[in-house]
Design a protein around this ligand. Structure first.
Ligand SMILES: Nc1ncnc2c1ncn2[C@@H]1O[C@H](COP(=O)(O)OP(=O)(O)OP(=O)(O)O)[C@@H](O)[C@H]1O
Ligand SMILES: [Mg+2]
Length: 216
């Protein structure tokens, strides 16, 4: 499939730094993005946890790398997943990004978070994070932005969460999101929710240690 985001004949995303080697770009991206993520963690971007807020966060975090930071992708995407035997999650069609995201965020922002039991918080947060993530609104960087955005939303509700564990276990989180989202139009519902729910529960339960400055 033609991908206007990459340098022709490569799988390297066109970037502001003009880097044409994938490994060099991955390294530069990791450095810039972790710096920006730290800034956002210390000083959350103002907003109402709507579509504009999510776009603003993506723009901020990826501003050093991509011209299109903060803009929704203009192509459909597929990513082969070893955890799905090479199948891709069925990410939102490019024409439905805005609608799907708007539905996911409306659901997340309308829940009675502070009245939920731990078990319900875990179930609802996992469902909402996975829904935002499954849209994959941007050409790249969806996992980092979705996790940061949803965790900051929870903290804005006054609910503590140790979200450093999502960063420390980022490969696990991505695979858990894939497993959660394995629902296919032809093969049906093959999803496994327990992996994501397990780490989300840890993030809620270890919040006290995190706040006391002693993350586990
Ligand atoms: N929550 C996070 N905080 C910090 N770094 C993360 C986080 N999640 C993933 N990473 C790191 O970002 C890099 C890219 O990860 P990955 O490609 O899985 O996610 P993404 O680019 O954010 O999303 P996607 O490729 O699905 O659009 C990896 O090096 C990974 O370790
Ligand atoms: Mg990526």
């Amino acid at each position: 499939m033609f991908d206007p985001y990459v340098y022709p004949g490569t799988d390297v995303l066109k970037n502001i730094l003009n880097i044409k080697d994938k490994k060099t770009l991955d390294d530069a991206e990791a450095d810039y993005v972790s710096l920006r993520l730290r800034e956002v963690a210390e000083k959350p971007l103002p907003g109402n946890y709507n579509i504009e807020h999510l776009s603003k966060m993506h723009r901020y975090i990826f501003q050093d790398l991509y011209e299109w930071a903060g803009e929704f992708r203009t192509i459909n995407i597929e990513k082969e997943e070893p955890a799905l035997g090479g199948l891709s999650v069925e990410y939102s069609d490019k024409a439905k990004i805005e609608r799907d995201l708007s539905n996911a965020l409306a659901k997340m922002t309308s829940r009675p978070w502070t009245n939920l039991s731990l078990e319900d918080k875990v179930k609802c947060f996992s469902e909402d994070l996975a829904a935002v993530w499954k849209v994959h609104a941007f050409r790249e960087g969806n996992t980092r932005v979705a996790v940061t955005f949803c965790c900051q939303f929870i903290e804005a509700q006054g609910i503590p969460m140790n979200w450093t564990i999502f960063e420390q276990h980022s490969a696990y989180v991505r695979t858990a999101l894939v497993a959660y989202s394995a629902v296919f139009h032809d093969l049906g519902d093959l999803s496994k929710k327990e992996y994501l729910e397990r780490i989300v529960k840890d993030a809620f339960q270890n919040a006290a240690a995190y706040i006391s400055g002693n993350p586990l």
